[in-house]
Design a binder for this molecule. Structure first.
Ligand SMILES: Nc1ncnc2c1ncn2[C@@H]1O[C@H](COP(=O)(O)OP(=O)(O)OP(=O)(O)O)[C@@H](O)[C@H]1O
Ligand SMILES: [Mg+2]
Length: 269
């Protein structure tokens, strides 16, 4: 089993305790317990249909838990609306593409601040985002639909910064991308944590996801079956057999070489 004792646990930002949820009579989540530490990347892996996206929905408020609690910064947010959670700094980037293709990149990024009333704040944040993401600045006036899948995902991630988020929920950001775009996306994830944000990352590319993550959890059948550090899960034989591919060698986990903006981390699947 994965080693969870290599470093002192950071202060929990988000805690799911006994969360059950579903879309009708049947439950998909059957008692999920999960902790996300402040300033860290936590990776959630698991088979198709195990409830990963559903878990993110119970955190962002798209779905209310049937039972159990979602606690954010010590506050029980289980019954709050999605908008109220957004205002507390929880931003969800869904699994499917979410840009408006006929709008420009700039309009899409500014839409990320739709709950903000202060236009000057939106303008200031636009400037900051454009400075941090050259792609956003260079393609500001292009229709979002004209960008590649990888570029669109980068814009979706950049757009979250409009709300100065505390916790970013990323649902399979690398899905359907070529290896080069995947590398860019995983670097953006590491950058978010390096700038002090917390990220809960759902990934099918388990090796790359765990490599940029301080900790991770395996969801199976609507329950967390295993937790550990990113490094620990990457070397866990059971995780390796089920999720990493037997022939693959583990990549160097980022958790052991703390993420940095200028780092040369280059995750590969
Ligand atoms: N809107 C919905 N209405 C009814 N059932 C749903 C809905 N969304 C998901 N489900 C069902 O809930 C289960 C878990 O789905 P979920 O999307 O959370 O899984 P996942 O782990 O994210 O899978 P994947 O890796 O394929 O994205 C699946 O059986 C799915 O069919
Ligand atoms: Mg999913």
């Amino acid at each position: 089993m994965a080693d969870t004792t290599t470093s002192a646990p950071a202060e929990p930002l988000l805690v799911l305790d006994g969360v059950t949820a579903g879309y009708g009579a049947g439950l998909i989540l059957r008692g999920v317990g999960l902790t996300v530490a402040a300033g860290e990347v936590t990776c959630l892996i698991g088979p198709n249909g195990s409830g990963k996206s559903t878990t993110l929905k119970t955190i962002s408020g798209l779905l209310k838990p049937a039972s159990g609690t979602v606690t954010f910064k010590g506050e029980d947010i289980s019954r709050l609306s999605a908008r109220e959670r957004l205002l507390r700094g929880i931003v969800h980037v869904p699994q499917d593409r979410s840009l408006f293709p006929a709008m420009t990149v700039r309009e899409n990024v500014e839409m990320g601040g739709y709950v903000l009333r202060n236009r000057r704040l939106v303008a200031e944040r636009w400037e900051r985002i454009a400075a941090a993401y050259p792609l956003v600045a260079d393609r500001a006036n292009a229709h979002a639909g004209s960008l590649s899948g990888g570029e669109q995902k980068t814009v979706e991630i950049a757009r979250t910064l409009m709300l100065d988020p505390v916790l970013i929920l990323l649902d399979e950001p690398s899905i359907g991308l070529d290896p080069r775009s995947r590398t860019t996306v995983f670097r953006s994830v590491a950058d978010l944590a390096a700038s002090g944000r917390s990220v809960l990352l759902v990934e099918q590319n388990a090796r790359s996801g765990l490599a940029v993550s301080h900790s991770g959890a395996v969801l199976e059948g609507g329950r967390v079956a295993l937790t550990g550090t990113g490094a620990g899960l990457l070397t866990d034989p059971e995780v390796g057999r089920l999720y990493l591919g037997a022939a693959d060698r583990p990549s160097t986990p980022l958790a052991s070489s703390v993420p940095s903006r200028s780092g040369d981390h280059d995750p590969q699947d």
